[in-house]
Each structure stands twice: as C-alpha cells, then as structure tokens.
Design a protein around this ligand. Structure first.
Ligand code: ATP
Length: 332
C-alpha cells in the first residue's frame, strides 16, 4: 500500500482523476489516496489557494498525482502549478512525447523527451510596473538551475540509450541569460562525450520540429521555451490528451499531464483521461510497480489500436467514462 497525495484540481481535473483511480484499481495496485483541494475551491474554503495542509501532505508522502488547476489570465492568485514546483524544488519537468499506435497524426515516428527547467526564467514571477505605460518582467537564469537540468537530461539520455541532447535557446538575443544557460549545458556535454550534443535557436527548433520531428531525441531547455515546445510536440502525436508529465526534484515528485484544465469541455464527460493515466504509469514505475505500469501502458496501446470507445479529441464519440471502462476491461 502506497500513500500518495491526490490533487484532482478543477476543470476536467476531477473527471480524469476518477478515471486514473479506476485504472490503477483495475491493475491491482493498492494506493491510499490523500485527496486534497487547491485553487479557487481551497481559497473559498480555507482562505488560501494552496493551504499549508496540502504542502504537509506532499511533504509526508513525497509523491503526488495532480490534475490541472486553472490559472486566471492577467489576474488572480499566483499559479498553483508554479508555486508547487518552486516550493518542492521540482527543478525538472520531464515530458515524454511519443507517437502512439492508432492515433491519427501526420507523424508516426516521434519519440522525444523534453527536459524543461521548472523553477526560474520568466516564471520567477518578478513583474514591476515602472509607470502607467510600462511594465517589466524579469527573466531569471542561474548557473545552478541550468547545470542541474542539463545534468538530468544527459543522465536520462545515458540511462535510456538515447543518442543526442539538443539544447534550445535564444542566446543570439538574450546573450547573457540564455548565454549562461548554454555555458552550463556545454560544460555538462563536455563531460558526456558519448552523447551527441547540439544547440538550436528556439524559432528554428520549432520549424524543424514540425518538419522533421524524427531528428529530435532528448531536448533540454528553459522554462518558457519548454512550456511552448511541449504543446507543439503534443500536437505532433495527437494532442494534449495523450502527453504525460513528471515534475521531479531531489526528494519529491509530482506527476501531472501537460494539458491545462480545459474549461471549454469541463463537466461534459468528454475529456481524454489518457495523459493523466500515462502520468500515473510513470508514477507506478517510480513506486517500483513496473508490472502494473506495463499492464496499463499495454492496455492504452490496445485501446488505441482497436480504435473503439475513444473520446472526441481522438476522433471517437465515447465519453470519459466509456473510454475508462473499456481500458479497465482490457487491463483486467
Ligand atoms: P494551461 O495554460 O493551464 O496549460 P492551456 O491554455 O494550455 O492551459 P488547456 O486547458 O490545456 O489550455 O486546453 C487547450 C485545448 O486542448 C482546449 O481546447 C482543451 O479542450 C483541449 N484539451 C486539453 N486537455 C484535453 C484533454 N485531456 N482531453 C481533450 N481535450 C483536451
């Protein structure tokens, strides 16, 4: 029995976390879910969008599975996602983007793992209103954070038989900030000469990704570029509904899908739960439950190959419940 903090979040979050619980049950893993509310609901109930008891729960369990939490645009409380990443020093946001069988997409040969720095850059949240007509947002890049995300990417590449790491930047314009990021990435590359290392300017990287995604292997990049490139890459393999994510630090790990709370489809029972289910597969591997992780992954592949009972984003007409039920029966 494992203790895991579960944050259903809002928008489609509660629907897809229910699906994950059912699928993990079907795979026979016993988890004691410590369910916690954050965001707007927590603000109304506890006067804090990220209450102390939620932080304590993650601190005690060390592992959390998190649904999406809405961040209002241009107003409201600071992003819960960003605050959690900073609080637990989850410096690596790892996003494996892989073509899936049966998913309708232009490409069928994408296999990229994105390492996005997760704690600084423009997400440091330092914005100053100089006067009524001028606002500055400060981009923070440190040697330490740049070094450890590069190390993480190379360690992963080595451990998983990957051949190449591409550092994505805009150092032609941000010569000092992105220059520092590259300086550290190059030092790490120098110590790992068995892995090929290359650098690409972010705009060029975007074009190459949509033309030749098969040329990419492991990507390492800063926080904002990583956020944007992740969604772009999700579009190469069938959309946001199928890309999982891991927020990893030294001591704590939070698993969450790449997608947001999708308010446009919330409460309609049509959200695709696979991105969070695949995030839970990564969580099971982290917990040492490899057999169950494989069973769920194979079940997802079977489901997609059969092409029945899929949600609308995958070209089907099934509800979240119907798709989850089908997946559970394939796993069982
Ligand atoms: P955030 O900034 O919080 O990451 P976002 O602005 O990127 O959020 P999302 O909430 O991820 O936006 O949604 C983007 C689009 O993708 C929406 O049209 C949404 O309906 C769709 N989408 C996202 N997740 C899913 C899902 N699991 N199933 C089906 N469609 C989804």
């Amino acid at each position: 029995m494992y203790n895991v903090t579960l944050i259903p979040g809002d928008g489609i979050g509660p629907e897809i976390t229910e699906a994950v619980k059912a699928v993990i049950d079907a795979a026979g893993v016993k988890i004691c879910w410590d369910e916690q509310e954050v965001g707007q609901k927590a603000l109304e109930k506890y006067g804090d969008p990220l209450p102390k008891h939620v932080i304590e729960s993650i601190r005690a369990n060390k592992v959390a599975l998190k649904g999406p939490v809405t961040t209002q645009i241009g107003k409201g409380f600071k992003s819960i996602n960003v605050t959690l990443r900073q609080t637990f020093d989850l410096y690596a946001n790892i996003r494996p983007v892989k073509s899936l069988p049966g998913v309708n997409s232009i490409f069928n040969n994408v296999d990229i793992v994105i390492f996005r720095e997760n704690t600084e850059d423009l997400y440091a949240g330092i914005e100053n209103a100089i006067d009524d007509d001028r606002v500055e947002a400060i981009k923070v890049i440190t040697r330490k954070a740049s070094r450890r995300i590069a190390q993480k990417a190379f360690e992963y590449a080595k451990a998983h038989g990957r051949k190449k790491v591409t550092a994505i930047h805009k150092a032609n314009i941000m010569k000092k900030a992105d220059g520092l990021f590259l300086e550290e990435a190059r030092k790490v590359a120098e110590k790992n000469k068995d892995i090929k290392y290359e650098e690409l300017i972010v705009d060029n990287a975007c074009m190459q990704l949509v033309q030749h995604p098969e040329k990419f292997d492991v990507i390492v990049t800063e926080n904002l570029y990583g956020d944007i490139i992740s969604d772009l890459c999700a579009g190469l393999v069938g959309g946001l509904g199928v890309v999982p994510g891991i927020n990893e630090g030294q001591e704590f790990t939070i698993f969450e899908a790449v997608h947001g709370s999708a308010p446009d489809i919330a409460g309609k029972n049509i959200a695709n739960p696979l991105a969070l289910i695949l995030s839970a597969v990564e969580m099971l591997k982290h917990l040492g439950e490899d057999t169950a992780a494989h069973a769920i992954r194979n079940g997802v592949f079977d489901l997609l190959k059969r092409g029945k009972n899929l949600t609308p984003d995958l070209g089907g007409s099934a509800t979240t419940h119907e798709m989850t039920k089908e997946l559970c029966s394939l796993i069982a």
